[in-house]
Every structure is written in structure tokens, then in C-alpha cells.
Design a protein around this ligand. Structure first.
Ligand code: PLP
Length: 457
């Protein structure tokens, strides 16, 4: 399919789609009345729809296509692996070559306390694994009461029952009787929303203090772990003050509580390091990964298991009764190995840390002069801005739009209709572009954003 060529009968696909396909996180009736946009091709940072419209993908698909679209070396690696061994499980004392090599590679690029990997098919399954692993750890340690996991409001940890319970999304908890018992939530470190009257540094300490208060309320002997995304993604790219995570780490250490970093978004170069923990002052016991590990070319996720837990799980013996058919899927692992080779060869982590990340930061910050933008910040290759009715010198004095106006969705609509994908979380507009984005492409993206902000005015 050539860029711009119409290769599909769009209407026919839309009709089949409406008739049979229930999309994730979607108002089915509403979508059926409009018809889904049919995406047919990707190259670099761009997508094309079935009508030949070119779209700049500011979201890397769903925070995952870190190396960009159209990487033939990944499709070739996948093809070769499928020809050799499309599938075999690792349940019954067998293994496969890509899964083993990838585990060693992940250990090589992760922080020093990690020497083991447990594979899953997705980030959600990774967090289910975390829940069972931390509880198993405390059982083996002889602390059978230590089962509660503390998370945060507006966190996103997946869509399985445990993942959605660990997450802090009200809309998800409202359906299906979640969260399950043994999971509690504290506030998120959202300076724009909750930091009135404080410097960012003061607010970071204050927000971390909510964890200590919750531990004391529950009793430290009941608390198994704290889970958090280094930078909250789906909750609106909430970049915590620099003081936040070191204080969280100190509190976890003080009470002996395990720390789980959910790096499903923040891993694989997104923040300008292999893992965001390294930059934010976190020394986790478990790291959830997915998305960028394979740049989404084939689904893959898992958990990096730190020595503190691995030593007990391995040392005490006995089955860990958990796993998935597709744990260590050879084709997914082959895709991930090639994806990581690309990230290394093209030095994308350094590029984001030292060149394009700082450039995006400068360019994105330039949007602060727009009359609709009350607050804008970025970290590596994630960024967000708050739309406000009236700006103010002190960000907390900005006048907000009422939620019923759904200004974020209106702005997102202008983006969508003008060849740009930017996501709206309430009135916060967010991006997470592919790590291969060049300076010229950043200019193009920021110009598009400004143009669409003007249209939203
Ligand atoms: N954790 C985080 C931080 C995520 O952003 C996501 C997905 O967006 C998940 C977990 C769930 O991953 P998956 O959709 O692969 O199950």
C-alpha cells in the first residue's frame, strides 16, 4: 500500500466493524453511529488511514511503538522465528532460545538488583504476577498477614481484575465490583491539581507522606508492597516533583515494604534511560514491563524480579503456581531482541536523554504562552498540558473549564481531524511520541498542536 493510496473500501470495513467488533474502552453505540477510522499503514512516526490521510502519531500507538513503524528487521526476525519454532511453552522443564537470550539481555540493561525475568503476554498480566509474587514472598518469609498493596488514585496498571484493582481509575472501579480486597489507594502527586500554596519540592514530600500515613493507618505488618508508575501515564502524564520518589523509597525502606515500579510506559528509553526508576531515585524490587520491550510489534510483557524476592522464591523451592501459555513466547521474544538491538544501535536512549528529549522539553514549554495553556511539562518523551479557561501567573489560580464542556475531547477532535494524534485525559492533553522522532518532526508536531489549540479557542 503506497502512502495516500486508498486500498480499502472504508465504508464496508466500518460496517463490518460496527456489526461485529466490540472495541476496548469504547462506548459501542456512540462509535457505531460515527464509524471507526480505519488505520492501514505506518512508517516512522506516521500513520495512514484508509482514505489516504497522513497522521502524525504523537502517542506511539498506545505508548508502545518506541522504534517507530515499518521496521523490516523486526518483521524479518519474527518471520525467521516463526519458520523455525512458532511456539513452544516453558512450563515442563523446557525453554526456547529467544526467551532465554532476551532474559539475559533484560538483566544486562536493567538496574543491578535484577537478575531474573518472569514473562507474560501483557502489562496487565505482569501486574497480576506482581500481586501473586509479593504475597507469595511474604508467605514464604512467614508473614502471612502482609498482603495489602498500596497504589494511587488515577494509576493505570491494566485491565484484568487485579490490574484494574491495582489501578486507581474510578471509571474502572465502578464496573465489576472493583477493587478486589487487599488493595488500597492514596492520592497521586499531581502538583497542578493538589499543590496549591506549596513549591513543587514541598508538594513532593507532602504527597509521599500520604503513603506513610496509609501504612500507619493499616499497620505496617499488613502492608506487602507499594506500586507506582515512575511517571503516571494514562492518568494524564503526571510528572512527580523530584522530591517525591526518593521520599517514597525512604518510607518503603523504613517499613520493609516492597516497591513495585510499573514501567510499562516508562521503560525502554521513554524517559531517557532504559528504566525510569534509574532517573527518579527509585530502587524497586519488581519492575513491570511490556509495550516498549517489543515496540508493540508482537504482544509481550513481564516482570523483572529483584534479588530480594528471587532469592526467596528460588531458595525456598516449591512451585510458583502461576504462568501463561504465552509466557516466553519465542516469536514475541525474537521481536523484542531485535527491537532492543535497534534501540542500542541507534542510541535512542541517549538521544532522548541528551538531544531530542531536551529539545522536546523546550519546544513543548513554548506552548505555555498560548491563552488556553495553564500548565505544560514534559519528561524525556512524555509531555502534557492543561487546558484552562483563564490563565494566571500562579498555576493554581488558573480558571478551569467545567467538565461538561469536555474541552479536552474537543481539542482532541481538532487534532484527529488535522492529522495529529494527541490524547485527552479530562482537560489535560498528552503525548508520548516514538523515540525516533527527529528535531524537525518535533517542530512539525508542536506546530500542529498550536494550530489545533487555536482552533479550540
Ligand atoms: N501498566 C501501565 C503503566 C500501563 O500504561 C498499561 C497499559 O497502558 C498497563 C500496565 C497494562 O498493559 P496491557 O495493556 O499490555 O495489559
Amino acid at each position: 500500500v503506497q502512502p495516500g493510496a486508498q486500498a480499502f473500501d472504508t465504508r464496508a470495513i466500518q460496517q463490518l466493524d460496527s456489526a461485529h467488533y466490540l472495541h476496548p474502552f469504547t462506548d459501542f453505540k456512540d462509535l457505531n453511529s460515527k464509524g471507526a477510522r480505519v488505520i492501514v499503514r505506518g512508517q516512522g512516526i506516521y500513520l495512514w488511514d484508509s482514505e489516504g490521510e497522513k497522521i502524525l502519531d504523537g502517542m506511539s500507538g498506545l505508548w508502545c511503538v518506541n522504534v517507530g513503524y515499518g521496521r523490516t528487521s523486526i518483521s524479518e526476525a519474527v518471520y525467521r522465528q516463526m519458520e523455525t519454532l512458532p511456539f513452544y511453552n516453558s512450563f515442563f522443564n523446557t525453554t526456547n532460545v529467544p526467551a532465554t537470550r532476551l532474559a539475559a539481555k533484560l538483566v544486562e540493561i536493567s538496574p543491578p538488583q535484577f537478575n531474573h525475568v518472569f514473562y507474560t503476554g501483557s502489562g496487565s498480566e505482569g501486574n497480576d504476577t506482581n500481586l501473586r509474587m509479593v504475597r507469595r514472598y511474604w508467605d514464604l518469609m512467614g508473614f502471612k498477614e502482609r498482603h495489602t498493596i498500596i497504589s494511587r488514585h488515577n494509576a493505570y496498571h491494566g485491565s484484568t481484575v487485579a490490574g484494574a484493582s491495582l489501578g486507581g481509575m474510578d471509571g474502572m472501579h465502578a464496573q465489576g465490583g472493583l477493587p478486589i480486597p487487599g488493595i488500597v489507594h492514596i492520592g497521586q502527586p499531581n502538583y497542578f491539581e493538589s499543590g496549591r500554596g506549596m513549591t513543587e519540592a514541598e508538594f513532593g514530600i507532602e504527597a509521599a507522606g500520604w503513603l506513610e500515613a496509609k501504612i500507619l493507618e493499616l499497620g505496617p505488618e499488613k502492608v506487602a508492597a507499594f506500586i507506582g508508575e515512575p511517571v503516571q501515564g494514562a492518568g494524564g502524564v503526571i510528572i512527580p516533583p523530584a522530591t517525591y520518589w526518593p521520599e517514597i523509597q525512604r518510607i518503603c525502606d523504613k517499613y520493609g515494604i516492597l516497591l513495585i515500579a510499573d514501567e510499562v510506559i516508562c521503560g525502554f528509553g521513554r524517559l531517557g534511560a532504559w528504566f525510569g526508576s534509574e532517573l527518579l531515585g527509585i530502587k524497586p524490587d519488581l519492575i513491570t514491563f511490556a509495550k516498549g520491550v517489543s515496540s508493540g510489534y508482537i504482544p509481550l510483557g513481564g516482570v523483572l524480579v529483584g534479588d530480594r524476592i528471587a532469592d526467596v522464591l528460588i531458595g525456598q523451592g516449591g512451585d510458583f503456581n502461576h504462568g501463561f501459555t504465552y509466557s516466553g513466547h519465542p516469536v514475541a521474544c525474537a521481536a523484542a531482541l531485535e527491537n532492543i538491538r535497534i534501540i542500542e544501535d541507534e542510541q535512542l536512549v541517549k538521544q532522548v536523554a541528551n538531544v531530542t528529549g531536551p529539545y522536546l522539553r523546550r519546544k513543548f514549554a513554548s506552548l505555555r504562552d498560548h491563552p488556553l495553556v495553564g500548565y505544560a511539562d514534559s519528561y524525556g518523551f512524555v509531555a502534557g498540558l492543561n487546558l484552562v479557561r483563564k490563565k494566571a501567573e500562579v498555576v493554581h489560580d488558573c480558571e478551569l473549564f467545567t467538565p461538561e464542556l469536555a474541552v479536552g475531547m474537543i481539542c482532541r477532535g481538532h487534532m484527529f481531524n488535522n492529522g495529529m494524534i494527541m490524547r485527552a485525559v479530562g482537560d489535560r492533553m498528552i503525548i508520548a511520541p516514538p523515540l525516533v522522532m527527529t528535531k524537525a518532526e518535533i517542530d512539525e508536531m508542536v506546530n500542529k498542536i498550536r494550530y489545533c489549540l487555536d482552533k479550540t479557542l
